[in-house]
Design a protein around this ligand. Structure first.
Ligand SMILES: [Zn+2]
Length: 348
């Protein structure tokens, strides 16, 4: 089969002919039809320790058809269209069993990092990671739903707890996760202030439903957010960029009882600088602020996200599709922050 392979840490992807993966007793073999491409992958293949062996086939946002199953698999059958959960979890620890599997204490790593993933014609994946795609949802849309749309679902509902009329600041609103965060925050009833750099991303955020936009190049993030809320501040600030500046700006933009939700990941190993930020505990106390980390989603939340797509309450924004062979070109554009919305591979 054709596969785009990561030969070593942070290296450029290479097109190779690879054997169709073997299926273990608890695995399913998926004929991959679409794979989402986002900053998470681009960053993680550069962080020491994330990819557990080389060569590795990256990719975790996938959609495809089950074409074979192991002897112990009962939850999917050949012919099922499926997408996939990103985390390899134990399903037995207290967190897994209380619906908080992304905090698994026996975490085994990530699909596409600790096992081969979606940048190939076939992938063998733990069957319990797979989620059926409802009729009416395309492969490309379902692939992107598994992370870029599901992550906003969890963040808006469980962490930011957006209710009707809440003012919501989304930082990094024009990116692959951000563009869906804008839509999800609107769907939850929020009034969305979309912050990003550059006209193309801000225009895309507007198209996705943002009520107001903040160009971070035009001045202080918190000041602009406060000006757009008559000095009151926002009920939730969701930071998908998570630099020192955006985190401090997001915190300063909060209204009383506001929630800061951290989604962006900027490992020092990749960006060369730590994104630590300063918090004044007296302000957090007096204003009863909340700081949340939002780490991916549960399997059930992927199902809910697919249902929102089926109901057409959320629109997958896939701005560019590439053939499998061009996966590195997609990575280069994402690394240069030159893509609006999500990119995907269409795998024939
Ligand atoms: Zn666990």
């Amino acid at each position: 089969m054709k596969a785009m392979v990561l030969p070593s840490l942070g290296a450029r992807l290479e097109l190779r002919d690879a054997p169709v993966p073997k299926v273990g007793p608890t695995d399913a073999l998926v004929r991959v039809r679409a794979a989402g491409v986002g900053l998470t992958i681009v960053i993680m293949i550069e962080v020491p320790g994330r990819v557990t062996a080389f060569p590795r086939i990256p990719g975790h946002e996938l959609a495809g058809e089950v074409v074979g199953i192991g002897s112990e698999v009962t939850n999917v059958r050949p012919g099922d269209r499926v997408t996939c959960h990103f985390y390899l979890t134990c399903r037995a620890c207290a967190y897994c069993r209380s619906g908080r599997e992304t905090l698994c204490t026996a975490f085994r790593g990530y699909v596409g990092m600790a096992c081969d993933g979606a940048y190939a014609e076939y992938a063998a994946l733990p069957a319990l990671n797979l989620v059926r795609i409802p009729d009416g949802v395309t492969d490309i849309d379902a692939a992107v739903a598994a992370d870029a749309i599901a992550t906003p679902y969890h963040a808006c509902r469980e962490e930011a707890r957006i209710g009707p009329g809440d003012h919501v600041l989304v930082v990094g609103a024009g990116g692959g996760v951000g563009i869906h965060m804008v839509q999800m925050a609107k769907l939850c009833g929020g009034r969305v202030l979309a912050a990003d750099l550059g006209d193309a991303k801000l225009e895309a955020a507007k198209q996705a439903g943002a009520d107001d936009v903040i160009d971070v190049r035009q001045g202080n993030l918190a000041k602009q957010a406060l000006a757009l809320t008559d000095g009151r501040g926002v009920d939730a600030a969701i930071d998908i960029v998570a630099t020192t500046a955006t985190l401090e700006g997001s915190l300063a933009a909060l209204a009383r009882a506001g929630r800061l939700v951290i989604i962006g990941s900027r490992p020092r190993e990749v960006w060369g600088v730590a994104s630590t930020f300063t918090v004044d505990p007296q302000v957090v106390l007096n204003r009863m602020l909340e700081i949340h980390g939002s780490r991916y989603v549960t399997l059930a939340e992927i199902g809910q996200t697919l249902e929102l797509l089926r109901q057409q309450r959320i629109r997958a924004v896939v701005s560019r599709t590439f053939p499998l062979e061009a996966a590195q070109d997609a990575h280069d554009l994402i690394r240069a922050n030159a893509l609006v919305g999500r990119a995907a591979l269409a795998i024939a």
